[in-house]
Design a protein. Structure first.
Length: 169
């Protein structure tokens, strides 16, 4: 049975087997959480990403975590949707990011994973809708992981995720 938690902080400091980064199709790094993950992992992360690129929106791939602090051993790179008003399949793509990241983690036999609020920064996805999709997708996707932690970088994201997690409908 998987436990889903919400926390606030820098995802690169999480005590989990794998962290997810909100990447772009090049997998070579960017700003936001992807910038933080690449800085902490070192330049080999971009090399490993480039070897697997391009990664289409909604997909996820894993690389080693390089210089990230153990127990983090893997980085799962997923590419969110660029928000274009909601009528371009953005919700399906975002749900796929969470689903595929869990599948990649399962394929690696992992126990714990941390997610950022994918697509809610530079890609512009409305945070409340994104929080709803994150929680409902994680709740309905079968996984052999035991811990999924959603890491909010700011208080309002933490509050949105906590509210979604407390909903029982
Ligand atoms: N830890 C956890 N969350 C973080 C961190 C961090 N160190 N830094 C930023 N965030 C949060 C942001 O506050 C936001 O809530 O991650 C969420 C996602 O924001 P972005 O990183 O901007 O990701 P996204 O909207 O998916 O845009 C992806 O940005 O950096 C590029 O390469 C990336 O082009 C891609 C695009």
């Amino acid at each position: 049975m998987v436990s889903i938690e919400v926390a606030r902080g820098d995802i690169t400091r999480e005590n989990v087997d794998a962290i997810v980064t909100a990447a772009n199709e090049s997998l070579m790094g960017g700003g936001g959480v992807d910038g933080a993950v690449h800085r902490a992992a070192g330049p080999r992360l971009a090399e490993a990403g480039a070897a697997l690129a391009p990664c289409p929106p909604g997909e996820a791939v894993a690389t080693p975590a390089f210089n990230l602090t153990p127990p983090i051993r893997h980085v799962i790179h997923t590419v969110g949707p660029v928000w274009e008003g909601g009528g371009h399949g953005e919700a399906d793509v975002l749900a796929s990011c969470y689903r595929r990241s869990l599948q990649v983690a399962d394929d690696l036999g992992l126990t714990s994973i941390a997610f950022p609020a994918i697509a809610t920064g530079i890609y512009g996805y409305p945070p409340a809708e994104a929080a709803h999709i994150a929680i409902t997708t994680l709740r309905t996707t079968p996984t052999s992981l035991t811990l999924v932690r959603l890491v909010a970088f700011d208080e309002s994201t933490e509050s949105l995720l906590t509210t979604e997690l407390s909903r029982t409908d």
